[in-house]
Design a protein around this ligand. Structure first.
Ligand SMILES: [Zn+2]
Length: 133
């Protein structure tokens, strides 16, 4: 069974497998990432097809953020992570490959990296480490 999330032709979020669906609200779909970087990696996707979160009204953005919080709560209950990295790739230069905005909710687990310090700073590995040992 599939859930319609977006009506745009050729959008990868136009059809979503029911098995990947975490929950759906009036404004957002939350699903498990097809290629998870950690157990419970979810995508929060606005139902409206926009390339960038900032194309949504501030009220709509607030409902997306509420869906992020709900996804985080579900992940805590189901997977018991030790932390999260939450964010999105804004533009091709930042690594955005899908033209429909979405927010990654990535549960983190103790020991999943030898030294997790810096978190999202590691998108640019050469500059991530700013501290001295
Ligand atoms: Zn779309």
């Amino acid at each position: 069974m599939i859930q319609l999330a977006c009506h745009k032709v050729k959008c990868p979020f136009s059809l979503i497998k029911q098995s990947r669906l975490v929950f759906a609200s009036k404004d957002a779909i939350v699903m498990l990432d097809q290629f998870p970087v950690s157990e419970g990696h979810m995508l929060v996707i606005p139902r409206k097809h926009v390339a960038n979160i900032y194309e949504l009204s501030s009220k709509h953005q607030a409902t997306i953020w509420m869906a992020v919080m709900r996804a985080r709560t579900i992940a805590i209950k189901k997977y018991a992570p030790a932390g999260f990295n939450i964010g999105f790739n804004d533009g091709k230069a930042a690594g955005q490959t899908v033209g429909h905005a979405h927010i990654h909710v990535i549960p983190r687990y103790a020991g999943d990296r030898p030294d997790p310090r810096g978190g999202v700073r590691w998108v640019l590995p050469d500059k991530a480490k700013y501290w001295r040992e």
